[in-house]
Write a protein that binds this ligand. Sequence first.
Ligand code: FAD
Length: 535
Amino acid sequence: MLRINELFLPLEHTEEDLNAAILERLGIKADELVSFTLFRRSYDARKKAAVTLTYTIDVEVKDEAQVLERNKKKTNVGLTPDTGYHFVGRAPANLKQRPVVIGFGPCGLFAALLLAEMGFNPIILERGKTVRERTKDTWGLWRQRELKPESNVQFGEGGAGTFSDGKLYSQVKDPKHYGRKVLTEFVAADAPPEIMYVSKPHIGTFRLVKMIQLMREKIEQLGGEFRFEQRVEDVRIEDGEIRGLTLASGEQIEADHVVLAIGHSARDTFEMLYERGVYIEAKPFSIGFRAEHPQSLIDKCRFGPSAGHPILGAADYKLVHHATNGRAVYSFCMCPGGTVVAATSEPGRVVTNGMSQYSRNERNANSGIVVGITPADYPGHPLAGIAFQREWESRAYELGGGNYDAPAQLVGDFIANRPSTALGSVEPSYKPGVKLGDLNPSLPKYAIDAIREALPAFDKQIRGYSMHDAVLTGVETRTSSPIRIKRDDHTLQSLNTRGLYPAGEGAGYAGGIMSAAIDGIRVAEALALDIIGRQ
Ligand code: FAD
């Protein structure tokens, strides 16, 4: 197979145009081409009147050696690299103890899948419910203001990203192409096949729910065992090695290899681990609001006359501003054509996030607009970031009226520093609802000041971004984990607890679905190699 890089075509082109461009690049005739597949397709919208597509294409030709020789001077033609996944080993026939995976978010899912594929028959413990039941509970908060602390946006089968935009891109280094394995498994579980090649793949909520069920079934068929509504409440550590787990039911499970993929909202579990002496340190994260604008404004600004083109879809954006008080303000988890969602897992607290469907055809674009903070902002204790998050989430609950409505303010009023009293042209999508007012008390002053300065600056990048009627909804506090459960770089085991593999977002080793899934694969490999090496 040959790979062609950097094949540029105008946005409007036909299949024949693409075919012709391949023939031209390789200098071959039509009958020499056997087939081709898209490896990547991205767009360049810097010139709005002439948006171009950039392709990377894998091509099968009749005489590969000859075509390669003819193109040997071209840097954008070469052999297709091997990006397939190769297992690091197989479980020993006399496996003494099954590994346990705690948490079935993207990290736990891929750790469990890999372990199952290698024959380790993992046990998966998940505190929340199966995804169908969990969906009902999650909508219960959005529609009836009823929060289920063990079954919500954060907890349950599929993890935090289940009710999400399902963005699947990540900036993590991936030299072993684990991301391809993740995408391949998603497509096998009925994800849209285009996620294999579009530069910014996304899935959307409804599809994710179905995919997660299918992936669970696959893990079960491979020998995995699922136990839902089984919160791990304690760990037994002896001589610096994990020995067992205690579930909320009181049941004890023997375990000497445990993947800890518990996400960033398992605050009670973080506290338990800290009390048991597992090494944890504070880490930076970000806080802010969700901003909502008309999607049409973002589309027009990003794509000009090409706005609405089906290949481009709803436009996203990425913004950064370095404020004069030294804080960085940036857009986070931008959801084109989506909705702002209530994402708390604790009663009496309000947290925002964003989600969308595959079609991304809701009226508003939303994004976190967040400010970077560090442990210097919540000093004194490795878990102080959790108390800090709780403080602002509780305040948002009060400002929202104490009924899970979220506090909100129009961008124009926020910039002018006056409370909002009436909505304008942008209808906020947060459910159960928003309470308009003054967002000043909802975050520390340095964050408010930095965001107030950033919004007009963002207008220079997206004209209209600081429009008066755009809506800010608070508060966005769970951008990433406030802690890191540190692990050894080589063995990926906890620094001081052998056999414990802190992984994914909660442990501070991922931020997003793709990076959490990749970390799950890495940890599964490290765990497998440790068992194989020991036995
Ligand atoms: P999680 O997904 O948080 O999974 C952890 C799991 O562990 C949970 O299911 C939890 O119930 C379980 N658990 C916790 N404690 C225990 C315990 N003691 N015992 C048993 N089980 C336990 N990222 C993107 O890349 N793209 C997006 O579009 C996107 N949108 C998002 C939208 C929303 C609304 C939210 C909340 C997040 C979004 N994210 C998105 C972030 C993404 O979901 C997370 O980065 C990712 O899910 C982290 O994966 P994880 O497996 O490390 O942890």
